[in-house]
Design a protein around this ligand. Structure first.
Ligand code: ADP
Ligand code: MG
Length: 349
């Protein structure tokens, strides 16, 4: 019979802090020549030939993740993705990460091994070196803070403030799936509470559940833009939902925007699950969040370079600041965008 992994529980106290750090990090290899010194000294040392970008995120159990449906390996992977996504949103290459952890004694060593298996997979697939971190105890629950470091040539770095009126607004992939995946997982959690013997069949929802549990940062889009010789004028990653990110670009760039509802890319499983949950798919794309797609603007001259690319969709264009930011609906009415999606009380037509 297969050994049930959950049966093995090695207490963290048995290893001690240094034993634990060593155990969790011993199989990580340094791949980048810009990493001069990784784990094992008072500080890491790295040496980039171009500009360095740095971003950090803090994830707290019960606030940002729920371990009742989030396997620890997925959590480790996702925690890295969330940070790499911010590096790619600067049009930079991610090169190093640090991982800081606070865990209560509720977690055995085997749980942290799972978490680090996810971190290791992400580091391997996305080619980043783990160069340090910190490990400490918490009175309850788990906290994970990851810092990602990257590099980019100065003229390639893409800020939020470079969009101009008439630039095209482009998004990678499709939107709303991670949010709908979360709805499915939350529903199954409630069913499980009532009937723990119920084995949910999540296969019809595999795409949206995977988008929630195993998001992929869009390193490939940064590489694609380089290959296509497209320099975005402004860029941001979609963590909070399309409308909130559009408003960030508008505010920072001092422009307006027209977003066309009919152009928003949605996977068929998002459309069908929205029908099942009786929610509006446009609203889900605008406000759902956790898509980790890239949203950027390009000059109209670059349109031919991206036209027809299956990974990219033109969803609107920027406008004068005085025009404001609007959703143009399928029925051709203009509705003001708000961070929550749209302002249903303010119809401008
Ligand atoms: P210090 O006491 O100087 O903060 P630590 O004993 O906390 O050093 O860490 C020793 C080494 O292990 C350092 O290189 C640190 O960056 C690394 N490290 C500590 N915790 C982690 C972790 N959770 N993941 C990866 N590296 C870690
Ligand atoms: Mg320390």
């Amino acid at each position: 019979m297969l050994k049930d992994k959950n049966q093995e529980r090695t207490s963290l106290e048995k290893l001690g802090e240094f034993g634990l750090i060593d155990h969790l990090t011993k199989n990580f290899e340094i791949k980048h020549k810009s990493t001069v010194k990784g784990i094992g000294d008072d500080a890491a040392v790295f040496n980039h030939s171009d500009k360095t970008v740095l971003t950090t995120d803090l994830l707290i159990e019960g606030v940002h993740f729920d371990l009742s449906y989030m396997p620890l390996k997925h959590l480790g992977y996702k925690a890295v993705m969330v940070n790499l996504s911010d590096v790619y949103a600067m049009n930079a290459t991610a090169t190093q990460i640090t991982v800081s952890l606070a865990v209560s004694n509720r977690f055995p060593l085997e749980a942290l091994e799972e978490l680090y298996a996810g971190i290791a997979l992400a580091a391997k697939v996305f080619n980043v070196d783990l160069i340090g971190g910190d490990t400490t105890s918490s009175t309850s629950g788990m906290l994970i803070s990851i810092t990602a470091i990257g590099e980019a040539k100065e003229k390639k770095i893409t800020y939020r403030d470079g969009a101009k009126p008439n630039d095209l607004l482009v998004v990678s992939g499709d939107l709303g799936a991670a949010y709908m995946g979360l709805q499915v997982l939350e529903r199954e959690k409630e069913v499980f509470k009532v009937n723990p013997n119920n084995q949910p069949d999540l296969s019809p929802y595999s795409y949206i559940v995977e988008r929630q549990l195993k998001p992929e940062a869009r390193k490939d889009i940064v590489e694609l833009l380089k290959d296509l010789e497209v320099q975005p004028t402004a860029m941001i990653d979609i963590s909070d939902g399309l409308s909130s990110e559009i408003l960030h670009l508008c505010k920072n760039s001092k422009v307006g925007c027209n977003l066309f509802e009919e152009k928003i890319p949605l996977d068929p499983t998002v459309i069908s699950s929205c029908e099942e949950f009786n929610v509006d798919s446009t609203m889900v794309a605008l406000s759902g969040g956790e898509d980790y797609e890239l949203l950027f603007t390009i000059t109209q001259n670059d349109f031919d370079k991206i036209k027809g690319n299956p990974s990219l969709t033109v969803i609107g264009h920027m406008a004068d600041e005085s025009e404001g930011a609007h959703l143009v609906t399928r029925g051709n009415t203009k509705i003001e965008l708000t961070a929550q999606g749209w302002n249903s009380f303010k119809n401008n037509d």
